[in-house]
Design a binder for this molecule. Structure first.
Ligand SMILES: [Zn+2]
Length: 367
């Protein structure tokens, strides 16, 4: 087995805690950039911030002719975390209960930074490394979606943002489509002339009742997330807006599900004498790699070199990896070993953080 890269546990925890204490909800990631830039410069990297706020750090090769490799994590958190004071126990780092911890994805950021620092300290050879720290992942992959792939050389990447144990590699991510549907009927006084009204709420209710929702197959899920409409108790509602989505690991099944949802909405509107306007608001392409793909083999190699056993999994969520893959930067997602993401119980075990940093360091070395 290759030797472990010496990780500085104290420095890793210190970096992690420092990042956690920064409220970096989307729009405030520059506060993270401010902290990261001097650390990366000290390790010998150059940095730029692109027009969208993503931090890009470049590390020139040292005694290696390996192909360029991108390491990615996102700087935003799912909610604001003002004043959150992380609680350090023997097992790991928890939130004080006032907000999420933000280990999603500051564990990824800290692991990558420590991986770089550890390889730099040890003076190990490595190929060209490009770090991309994105903005707005948790509000719709804003930074990675806007990212210009020509701003880096790498055409392969590792995304440090998975919810499984360290060692898990996400090879498949679903296609997704989000939509807004506006049902339109006709307002009327509900007490005096209800027969002159056409209820948009009745249309929406009928459509939802006929819709296949929830987990539809192993591959496909769908949801109506919000419903808004109507004006008052005594007015037949003229307008209702539904917001929904579908996801599938198979592109064809996604199209089929979306078609089904549109169809029942149109049927319901027609039957009750109204109309529905459908607008697609989000579209994400699926990605999927086989085990022989070179980015999968690289992930496996780095995980084994870190003394762990790789496991190949799929995700139901969206991620920066979706956007990078759509742009031709072939990327898999690595598990960070944290639990309770997006909740007040979010927890980052010390052991997982150290393992993730070791995987980052090994990825740099074995790339
Ligand atoms: Zn995340």
């Amino acid at each position: 087995m290759p030797e472990l890269v010496p990780i500085d546990h104290d420095r890793l925890l210190e970096t992690f805690l420092r990042l956690l204490r920064i409220d970096s909800y989307h729009g405030h990631e520059d506060r993270i950039v401010e902290v990261l830039e001097p650390m990366l410069h000290a390790a010998g990297l150059t940095t730029t911030v692109d027009a969208h706020g993503n931090l890009i750090a470049t590390w020139e090769a040292r005694d290696s002719d390996a192909e360029p490799l991108m390491l990615n994590a996102h700087m935003d958190t799912v909610w604001p975390t003002p004043g959150m004071e992380p609680v350090v126990t023997d097992e790991g780092v928890a939130t004080d209960g006032s907000s999420v911890l933000g280990a999603d994805d500051k564990a990824g950021v800290a692991a990558i930074v420590e991986g770089v620092q550890a390889v730099a300290d040890a003076g190990l050879p490595h190929g060209p490394i490009e770090l991309v720290f994105t903005v707005g992942e948790d509000v719709g992959h804003i930074g990675s979606r806007a990212f210009d792939p020509e701003s880096i050389q790498s055409r392969r990447g590792l995304v440090f943002d998975g919810d499984g144990p360290v060692g898990s590699v996400v090879l498949e991510g679903p296609a997704a489509a989000g939509f807004t549907a506006v049902f339109r009927g006709k307002a009327a006084h509900a007490g005096i002339e209800p027969e002159n009204g056409v209820s948009a709420i009745a249309m929406a209710a009928r459509a939802i009742d006929r819709m296949k929702l929830g987990r539809i197959t192993n591959y496909t899920v769908a949801n109506i997330g919000t419903i808004n409409g109507g004006q008052a108790m005594n007015i037949v509602p003229a307008e209702v807006t539904l917001v929904g989505q579908a996801r599938s690991l198979r592109q064809g099944l996604l199209e089929k599900q979306i078609e089904h949802m549109r169809e029942v909405m149109e049927e319901a509107a027609n039957e009750l004498g109204g109309t529905v306007d459908y607008e697609e608001t989000i579209r994400i392409a699926a990605f999927g790699f086989n085990k022989q793909n070179q980015v999968v083999r690289l992930a496996d190699r780095a995980i084994r070199a870190a003394g762990l056993e790789p496991s190949h999994v799929r995700t139901g969520g969206g991620s920066d990896a979706h956007e990078f893959n759509a742009k031709g930067i072939w990327s898999v997602i690595l598990g960070m070993g944290c639990t309770g993401a997006h909740t007040l119980d979010e927890f980052a075990p010390h052991e997982a953080l150290r393992q993730a940093a070791q995987v980052a360091a090994q990825a740099i070395v074995v790339a």
